[in-house]
Design a protein. Structure first.
Length: 239
């Protein structure tokens, strides 16, 4: 099994290989670097052991070294753990470009696989059935990881107003004020007591150069879902 290097302007170089079963493995240190995760050796202890392996590779200085590799399931676990905003984009790159390229037509055909197929056609049938089952299981895992990672995203009022069909964030804020869901304090919208502890918003304090302090409010995924449900009848024609 040979490591192949995939380069990305945003995430750098990631070394990848596919084994004789078609499973794709990733160099742990490269994934950690791409996701802004420190101490790969510590990270390894938090991953599933059956999804961690080692192989030999060449470092940037041309030296042969032992490289820790992880499977797809552990890759998705690291993506979920990452606090980097580009984590989803990294996942998209891996899923849409890297994995298809390393697998080639959905199956990494090594000389051993080709030889066994020629000698025993049933071998390929069995292999494809296993691959199909594995692919379905990985698709479910990826969908779950994508959903969980998406919950980290926050939204501006402008984004949600546009999604709901309001003309502007100001119009949506005014409607929420009329419904007594929020009120204004020193030019900052604040949720009323009934909704304040629901996890609907994320507020960050920002100190300006002139010494003034402003508050940046964004809606969480939970808050977005709350607003979508609240205004489901206003989607096309807000009142």
């Amino acid at each position: 099994m040979k490591l192949e290097v995939f380069n990305n302007k945003t995430f750098g170089a990631v070394r990848v290989l596919a084994d004789e079963k078609g499973d794709v493995w990733f160099a742990l240190v490269d994934v950690c670097n791409a996701l802004g995760i420190k101490n790969p050796s510590d990270v390894k202890t938090r991953l599933k052991k059956d999804g961690v392996g080692i192989t030999e590779g060449i470092d940037r200085l041309g030296r042969t070294q032992t490289i820790t590799i992880i499977n797809e399931a552990n890759l998705y676990r690291l993506i979920f753990q990452s606090k980097k905003e580009e984590a989803i984009k990294f996942q998209d790159w891996i899923v849409e470009e890297v994995i298809p390229a390393i697998r080639k037509y959905g199956l990494y055909a090594t000389d051993e696989v080709i030889e066994k197929t020629l000698n025993n056609p049933d071998f390929m049938i069995d292999l494809l059935q296993k691959y199909k089952k594995e692919k379905e299981e990985k698709a479910k895992l990826q969908e779950k990881i994508t959903l969980l990672t998406h919950t980290k995203k926050t939204y501006t009022t402008t984004e949600i107003a546009k999604e709901l069909g309001f003309r502007s964030a100001r119009e949506l804020n005014k409607k929420l004020e009329e419904m007594k869901i929020q009120y204004k304090v020193n030019d900052t919208w604040v949720l009323s007591a009934k909704y304040a502890d629901k996890g609907y918003e994320s507020i960050k304090q920002i100190s300006l150069i002139n010494g003034n302090v402003v508050y940046d409010r964004r809606w969480t995924q939970k808050g977005r879902e709350f607003l979508l449900e609240l205004f489901k009848n206003y989607t096309t024609s807000p009142a």
